[in-house]
Ligand binder design. Sequence first.
Ligand SMILES: O=C(C[C@@H]1CCCCN1)Cn1cnc2cc(Cl)c(F)cc2c1=O
Ligand SMILES: [Mg+2]
Length: 568
Amino acid sequence: MRQSRSFIPTMREVPSDAEIKSHQLLLRAGFIRQNTSGIYSYLPLGKKVLQKIEIIIREEMDAIEAVEVFMPAMQQAELWQATGRWYNYGPELFRLKDRHNREFALGATHEEVITSLVRDEVKSYKKLPLTMYQIQTKFRDEQRPRFGLLRGREFIMKDAYSFHATEESLEEKYQDMMRAYMNIFTRIGLNFRAVIADGGSIGGTGTHEFMALSDIGEDTIAYSDSSSYAANIEMAEVNVAYEKLSEPLKKMEKIETPNQKTIDDVASFLEVDASRIVKTLIFKADDKLIVVLARGDHEINDIKLKNALGATVVEFAHEADVLELLSCRVGSIGPVKLPVDLKVIADHAIASIVNGVCGANEDGFHITNVNPERDFAVDRYEDLRFVQEGDTSPDGKGTIKFAKGIEVGHIFKLLTTYSTAMDATFLDENGKAKPFIMGCYGIGVSRILATVAEQFNDENGLKWPKKLAPYDVHLIAINTKDESQNALAEELYNILKSYRYDVLYDDRPERAGVKFADSDLIGLPVRITVGKKASEGIVEVKFRQTGESTEWQKEELTEKLQAFFGME
Ligand SMILES: O=C(C[C@@H]1CCCCN1)Cn1cnc2cc(Cl)c(F)cc2c1=O
Ligand SMILES: [Mg+2]
């Protein structure tokens, strides 16, 4: 492609509202442009990378017998009303009306659409399993779009849905998808981990997220430094053996602790380690109050609490509720002689506390030498705390480390949540109507474009992996007015095209400095420069990944390029 005929609006300056590298570079290198907050246009170079990502995804989906479809973005409200999501989702779900005043949701995801399609067309277990996928724009009215394509209000997703007669069949497809995702992200060249995850609002059991490691990632991954264990920190289990101090149990004592509000205040005032403090919090789980205990040096993981209670909404009880209930501040609550009859759930670490400290349910006082079972009852012990760096890995191998990640994929076992809600059934071998057992599987396609840009760049610009680069070769003629340079550049352009290389040929009447700066920004794998030595048939070659440059004779060009592109 002649660069003078393409549309690659590069920018010298760094756009002020772009906070992260990938957002800055995709703008400066002319890959994308923002139309408005969270809404982007993909320019020719950005579109070409998207296409290469999609080709890899399609190959791996087709390889596990998922068949491609394309569903509407306009989704009748009735479908979302059937599953209740029309009412459960707030402003994040775009809604609109047609000219007859009929209501629609703008597709944020497609469980309802695909389930209604399969419900109406698939009647027998003989037709199962069935896996369909699409690559399509999704619409979600994010409250705070940020980081360019990483969190937009329109984004491109590959979403797949599978339908099964049995859970075994779902499990098989889930494993197929797990392997297909590993292949996809490996071929794309991302540094990623598959992590145990929480299903979030979608329900169902057992889900995995695929996290690209990046310091600007919003998620935290807990992984073992010596095994393949990795989990979203929301779900990372704790199985630490707490040693119980062997000191004799002492008599409880109520002591004055004037104006000591936080755990650290109390720990330093009483000169005890935070690990001996029984942190007592009141949560509201689906509008039921519950007392939750954790060690002073641990944090309660509300996702684990939600899953342990089987609740849908779990939140801190409001200060006012606590005051009214216990007539003391949140920092003064303790499990001893709780004046109200509330269930008490505790993290496992509490069981090993000896002669600990807790609130006295009276402002300005704490109780020392408290011991579980002797001084306060616990209804349930569960794994409720966030894992910490240095904890033993739950699989017993190595210790836990943290890393930040960008979620680029998420796969779910939905089971019958959607098929039951939409009365989508098939007849089993005994002619009995059964709800489809389903799985759903997402990949953030436009998010991958940004994530690759985030992982592959340097101070001069983007550095595309060969398989994703918008073009293979950047061919640059330094001085288009110089006859011999022009002739050689045109000749090489035709030769390279005849060898089926994708060539971006910078034929613009610009200064060399501008061409080189743009070329470094755009970041194609190899740059071939036709300059002073054109008359000798010699060109300069520069590899973007390593920065290394050399000279080639034009006769050896194609075989050397073949070697370069043949290498991993
Ligand atoms: O999308 C999923 C689950 C899977 C992910 C893989 C592909 C199929 N869907 C979860 N989710 C996330 N945000 C949403 C936002 C809105 Cl506004 C909505 F209406 C629905 C959803 C929603 O359902
Ligand atoms: Mg997710």
